[in-house]
Each structure stands twice: as C-alpha cells, then as structure tokens.
Design a protein around this ligand. Structure first.
Ligand code: FCB
Length: 478
C-alpha cells in the first residue's frame, strides 16, 4: 500500500457521484424555447469571461446526454448531481412550464435510473432567467416567490423519479460574486444589493423547500448546497480572530444560521449596520427560511486565511474569488486575505484536505444528526492528451485521494457523511474562467467535443465500484 496498511473502506450505501450544472455543460442555449439566463447575458458581454467564452454550446450535453450517462455507468458511478436550467423550463421565470424543457430532464433521469445511477437535482445553479433580473433580480423579494413557483413545477414533473433534491447551489456566490464583486452574473457591484440578495436567496430556499414538499412524495429528501468556507485567522491576535469571525459570518453564518437556526448572527447584523439596515427581513421570514432539512450539502475546495488589515488593504484580494476592485465582503474592507501555504491547483487554490475534515466536523456540531453530503469537491489542473490519446492526471488523483481520506476520517470520527460528488464529471465552462480551467475527470476536446476519461476517472470509478480507495500511482518524475 502507498501510505496506509489498509485502504480506507466506506459504508456500503455510500454515494459515489459526480456533479455538473446546466449552464456549464448543456449548450443548446437557444433550443426549444429556452431564453437567456443572466449567465448568457453576462458571458456575451465583452470582457466578462476569459477569451469571451460562453455556454452557447458548452460540452453539448443536451444532445449527448445518453453517451454521458453511459460513460458514468461504465466508470462505475452510482449517483449524478446535475442542475435544471430555469430558463429552459420556465423561460420568463413566470407562468406555466414548457413541457419540452421538462421532457429533457425526464429523459435524462430515466436514462440515469436505467443505468442504476441515482439522480440528485439542483434547482438553481446560478442561471436566473434574464427577465427576472430585469425585474430586479435576487435583491428583490419577488424573485424568491418566483423561485418557489419554479420549484413546484419541477417538483411536480420529476418528484416521482428523483429522490434527492437541492434547492440552491452556493448562494454565497449568487449573492456576493453576482451582486457584490461583480465577477459573476449579473455583474452588479453594490454591497446593499448583495446583502438583499443573500436574504432573498435564503427566503427562496425556505419557500422552495415547502413548495417541493407540497407536491412530492414524502420519501424524497430536500437539501441545500452551501460553499461553507473554512476561515482561518493568520494569528491568534484578537484583531485577526475578529477578522476571521467577520468573514465567517459573511461566508457561512449569513446562510446557515437562518437555514438551520432561524436567525441571522447578531455579529453579522452589527458588522454590516453601516451598509444596510436589514429592513427587507420581514416578520415571519426567518421561520419560513428555517425549514427542517433532510440533509446538508457541503461544497469544499480550499480554506481561507485572513487577518486584520491596518486600513483598507491594497492590491488584489487573495480570497480565491477572482479579480475585482469591488469587494464581495460587505462591511469587511479592513480584512486582508492571504494565500494559504502549500501546493496549489491551477486555480491557485491551496490543496488542504484537513480543511474538509474540519468543515465536516463543524457541521456535525452546527447541525447535529443531519446527514451530510459532499456535493462538490475537485481540482483544476492543466491536463494534456498524450501521444497515445490518454490523459494522465496524477495530481487530481492525489487531490481526490487526500480529500476522500479526510471524508473517511470524519466518518470514523462520527460524522454521518452519506456521499461524495466529484466536481466535475467532465471539463466544462468554468464561469468567468471560461474553458481555460479543466475540472473534469473526463477530458473534453473542445474542438470535437470528444470525451476521454482521464486516469482519475478510472481511479475514482474503481473507488466507487469497490467502496475502497485504490492505491495512488507513484508521483511522476519531474
Ligand atoms: C463551485 C461551483 C461549480 C464550479 C466549481 C469549481 O463554486 O458551484 O459550478 O464552478 O466551483
């Protein structure tokens, strides 16, 4: 064995999946009545994405879903997390669903089930219908009501065959990158709008959870996927500890406190009081947001390292969330972000599997008894096809191995982690980074759209089939 006497063995019912999202893979942007989402508009705006890339074609999953499902089955996966494109099923964000849009997802789900792969549906992975943004977007309360209606339509259509549901993916990114720093769609840079968006996303989660439950069989499970961050202080000085707590409130507490405990952290309200008065939190909202959940999804990539700054730090923020002169951290301009030490992926994100263990154990405390899923984890590397047509990606195998060992350790420590979804099934449109960053375990040739499983896909497939982590190949000679 490489570094342990026995391979880590996972519980027999452990879910071994891969994750994707609609805009990043589907393409078919103008087919069958689909209208633009905020990501279509944003990616078509000059200067917003690397090389002006957009998701018009993406990896053409809309037309190739059968082959993609067959590939997942061949690899040995037993679960697949994907998202529904809101503008494909409800083009204006209001009114009845477009059946042809829902039919695509019915066919996809049937194909998965026929191959023994459990679907997990995310309702919102960032592609708000543009018409709803034109009406004010997430800073406006009505968007949460629209989301509940959309959740009900999708729940009615797929609730008979999909058991695992996720309301929102990473609401932090929707609110703070979309409306704060502006590096994500819709690209607005207004701290008040960002905090309003955070509240209305919380409300959407609560209303959407109730709407789903009102139309679905009770056996179905409803969860949310948070990009809860591990925030570490640079030192244990009171000022650095305070900086870390404030970032923790803005990254985590702003979502998990209302969702799990029905409150906003008092420290968050105090620290943002010069930015907003939170008057858009209406009576009863917190009760609506705090719906009992069947599980919690955690997306983890890398930790954050912060300190108090003497004044407003200059230079780019090393918070791993893209370059923008506008901050995604309202009321925290005096916090400095540092690169965490250690190896980095192609995103510049430090590889830190201990952070995943720490995150899981935090939620064991934060939400006792709630089953946990790692709904995203993975890494971008510069993968190349070799002369023999193979893609060997030992760094990704090492990353996955390290993080799965961390998950295993958390289970041994008493955490109820039920599954792991690798980000991502295949290379795809990585938002503002366009096609420049490859997160897939399956390589995609963007000229031909040919799929080639990387060696990590074979490695992960073996883990999925056996329920134990295979040996890690020796590091390549440098
Ligand atoms: C997450 C997103 C996902 C992908 C990965 C790399 O924040 O949910 O769509 O971009 O990061």
């Amino acid at each position: 064995m490489s570094d342990a006497a026995q391979p880590a063995t996972f519980p027999p019912a452990f879910v071994w999946g891969a994750a994707t999202s609609a805009y990043q893979i589907e393409g078919a942007a103008r087919e069958n009545g689909r209208t633009p989402s905020i990501w279509d508009t944003f990616s078509h705006t000059p200067g917003k994405t690397a090389d002006g890339d957009d998701g018009d074609i993406a990896v053409d999953h809309y037309h190739r879903y059968r082959d993609d499902v067959a590939l997942m089955a061949e690899l040995g996966l037993n679960a697949y997390r994907f998202s529904v494109s809101w503008p494909r099923v409800q083009p204006t964000g209001r009114g009845p669903a477009v059946q042809v849009g829902l039919d695509f997802y019915r066919r996809l789900v049937d194909e998965l089930l026929a191959h023994g792969i459990k679907p997990a549906v995310t309702l919102y992975h960032w592609d708000l219908p543009q018409e709803l943004e034109d009406a004010g977007g997430w800073p406006e309360r009505d968007t949460a009501l629209r989301f509940a209606e959309y959740a009900q339509l999708v729940g009615e259509a797929l609730g008979d065959r999909v058991e695992q549901w996720i309301t929102l993916n990473e609401p932090w990114c929707s609110a703070f990158l979309g409306y704060g720093s502006g590096v994500h769609a819709p690209g607005r840079t207004d701290p008040v709008a960002a905090l309003r968006a955070a509240h209305h996303l919380n409300l959407a989660h609560g209303l959407g959870t109730s709407a789903l439950r009102s139309v679905m069989p009770t056996r179905n499970q409803v969860a949310v996927s948070l990009n809860s961050s591990v925030v570490r202080p640079l030192s244990h000085s009171p000022a650095d500890l305070d900086a870390a707590r404030r970032i923790d409130d803005l990254a985590n507490g702003v979502f998990h406190d209302p969702m799990l405990h029905g409150t906003y952290p008092a420290t968050l309200l105090a620290a943002t009081s010069t930015v907003t008065d939170w008057s858009y939190v209406l009576d009863g909202d917190l009760r609506t947001i705090q719906q009992p959940l069947d599980a919690l999804g955690l997306n983890y990539y890398t930790p954050m390292l912060v300190s108090a700054a003497d004044g407003v730090p200059d230079g780019p923020r090393a918070d791993g969330h893209g370059a923008s002169p506008f901050s995604p951290w309202p009321g925290a301009d005096d916090v400095a972000f540092h690169q965490a030490p250690g190896e980095r992926t192609e995103m510049g994100w430090t590889v830190d599997p201990d952070g995943l263990h720490e995150l899981i154990m935090r939620y064991v405390q934060e939400a006792p008894g709630l089953p946990l899923y790692i709904t995203e984890n993975g890494a971008a590397y510069e993968d190349e096809v070799d002369a023999g047509g193979r893609v060997h990606d030992p760094e990704r195998i090492a990353y996955l191995h390290g993080h799965l060992v961390a998950v295993h350790r958390a289970i041994t420590d008493g955490a109820d982690v039920r599954g792991y979804y690798l980000w991502s099934l295949m290379d795809n449109f990585e938002w503002a980074y366009g096609y420049a960053k490859r997160f897939g375990m399956v390589h995609v040739d963007y000229a031909t759209l040919e799929r080639t499983p990387k060696s990590s896909a074979r490695w992960y497939g073996e883990a999925a089939r056996t329920g134990a982590l295979p040996e890690v190949p020796a590091a390549p000679a440098v």
